[in-house]
Design a protein around this ligand. Structure first.
Ligand code: AKG
Ligand code: FE2
Length: 287
């Protein structure tokens, strides 16, 4: 579901209790929610321009960081000023929702993105993380939430993400499975009673989804790339990798938030363009 924030909420930087309850309930039930109107167009325009330019650089890589199928690239946003914005990296409305679900001490582990290029293929249905325990009768509560923001309107035309409502509660897919891809038989069975939807979003919206939600990247039929920044908020006890590196000069974006941004500031250049690797991509595969 989409929740459109109203002027009072935008001015105060706080979502009303009814909106917060709706958002939390949507994630618990459907596995995702869209918050509309929460990111500045000016910020998104700057990010889009820079990420378009960075993509040109990325395309010169000897090995492209392709996720599953052609055209779906892992592309990190620029981790330095003036491209790091509070309404993206520590959006107060998003953090209100993720804190309500994950509790105090929630932290971010990720600042990257999916760039869906014109002519891209269809990814296999997958989770970003399965259930923590195998063989559960009932799914456990949310412990990790993906936060996505695209710098433009996204529809079927430019390759909006496919989402499988309520699939985060499916206990067949576990964290220790050999693959994050969902078995084709499970996918076809689920399609009969809970078919997928498209995560279409207006510019300025953020999508919050349970990390267990089945999803996939779809073809981009437009003539320009669709970027989508991704962050992951975790419950405080979840395994914590290395802090995320940002260059000094953008500290203010992370301050005074309930989210532990888990960042390390450095003056060293950060190789954010070329550091990603292909994921489950087999050039010779016959599909
Ligand atoms: O770009 C998208 O719409 C989704 C991509 C995705 O899920 C992935 O690459 O893991
Ligand atoms: Fe994914």
């Amino acid at each position: 579901m989409e929740i459109t924030l109203c002027p009072e909420e935008l001015t105060s930087g706080r979502m009303s209790r009814p909106h917060l309850d709706q958002a939390v309930e949507a994630i618990r039930t459907d596995g995702y929610v869209i918050l509309e109107n929460v990111v500045s167009y000016a910020h998104l325009d700057l990010l889009c321009e820079k990420m378009d330019a960075d993509l040109q650089t990325l395309m010169t890589a000897s090995v492209l960081p392709i996720n599953f199928v052609k055209g779906h690239l892992q592309q990190d946003p620029p981790p330095f000023a003036p491209y790091v914005f509070r309404d993206v990296v520590a959006n107060p409305f998003v953090v209100q929702v993720t804190r309500e679900l994950l509790g105090d001490g929630l932290f971010n582990s990720f600042y990257s993105g999916n760039t869906n290029c014109p002519g891209s293929g269809t990814q296999p249905v997958h989770v970003d993380l399965g259930q923590l325990w195998r063989g559960l009768k009932v799914a456990h509560p949310a412990m990790s939430l993906v936060v996505n923001v695209a710098p433009m309107d996204v529809t079927e035309h430019n390759g909006s993400i496919e989402l499988w409502p309520r699939s985060h509660l499916d206990t067949n897919v576990a964290l220790d499975d050999a693959t994050i891809k969902v078995d084709e038989r499970l996918v076809e069975a689920r399609r009969q009673f809970a078919p997928p939807v498209r995560g279409n979003v207006k510019k300025g919206s953020m999508l919050i989804r349970d990390m267990r939600l089945w999803h996939r990247g779809m073809p981009n039929h437009s003539d320009r790339p669709r970027q989508m920044i991704a962050m992951i908020h975790h419950i405080h006890w979840f395994r914590r990798g290395k802090p995320i590196k940002f260059n000094r000069g953008c500290e203010a974006a992370f301050e005074n938030s309930d989210l532990d941004a888990n960042v390390e500031f450095t003056d060293e250049p950060i190789d954010y363009i070329f550091r990603n690797r292909p994921y489950d991509y087999h050039e010779a595969a016959v599909l």
